[in-house]
Design a protein around this ligand. Structure first.
Ligand code: ZN
Ligand code: ZN
Length: 147
């Protein structure tokens, strides 16, 4: 997870900022996975939460009352939740190319969405579903061209 996103310059900047913040933090907290007790790495946590600032990530890490999961356990957890969504509605069609998609493919394409957001979009019959960001862009470009 961490290595995959390293080419992102915004990410690099955040890592630098976080590193400096940690240096100044007197009692940096050690966290373990709530489920398997494996040591957690704050930089993995940062890369999974790039929408937050480095300072906010550190404060979550230090003070959050929520338990954290490692990537592996988080994936399993997510998989279980996706299975629950799948049981409610198995397939949808891409609005642009009409390809049939399942919730696993959809969640992979839109991995920035939290599971609750995925569920809301997927189960709402009026929401526009696309197989990829490419199809989504194409659809709205064509639509804009028509009006
Ligand atoms: Zn774990
Ligand atoms: Zn499509």
């Amino acid at each position: 997870m961490f290595l995959k996103k390293l080419n992102n310059s915004e990410m690099w900047k955040k890592i630098q900022v976080l590193r400096d913040l940690i240096k100044n933090e007197k009692s940096f907290k050690k966290r373990v996975c709530w489920n398997c007790k494996k040591d957690l790495n704050i930089y993995d946590f940062l890369s999974d939460n790039l929408e937050f600032t480095a300072g906010y990530v550190l404060s979550l890490w230090q003070y959050s009352i929520f338990e954290f999961h490692c990537c592996e356990c988080f994936k399993n957890l997510k998989r279980e939740e996706l299975e629950i969504i799948e049981r409610e509605l198995k397939n949808r069609y891409c609005l642009n190319c009409k390809t049939i998609i399942d919730i696993y493919k959809f969640s992979k394409e839109y991995n920035a969405l939290k599971i609750q957001e995925l569920k809301e979009v997927w189960l709402n019959p009026n929401s526009n579903i696309f197989c990829s960001g490419f199809c989504e862009k194409q659809y709205y470009r064509i639509k804009k061209g028509r009006t």
